[in-house]
Unconditional design. Structure first.
Length: 91
């Protein structure tokens, strides 16, 4: 794993203490893309956290972006987010 990947994952885990945090580096699939040329990466995230309970999707995404905001456009070019509350997980 790259240092950037580990930095993002650590930041998310420290901020949210999620029950699940699956981060995937999709950068290789975007080789040649303008965002890839700048060195910033493309990532997909599925995160399950109690802090998302009762929040709508936009509010959840804002919390995630707040956690990694200083990395956006420098280390992260694109971030696809699935943010769920534990009550939304199948049993």
């Amino acid at each position: 794993m790259s240092n950037r990947f580990n930095k993002i994952k650590t930041r998310l885990e420290e901020t949210f203490s999620p029950s699940q945090c699956h981060l995937q580096d999709d950068s290789a699939a975007h080789a040649g893309h303008a965002g890839a040329a700048s060195g910033a990466g493309h990532y997909s995230l599925k995160i399950v956290c109690q802090k998302f309970e009762g929040l709508n999707r936009i509010s959840r995404h804002r919390l995630v972006y707040d956690a990694v905001g200083d990395m956006m456009h420098t280390e992260i070019h694109a971030l696809v987010i699935v943010a769920l509350a534990p009550s939304e997980m199948p049993t």
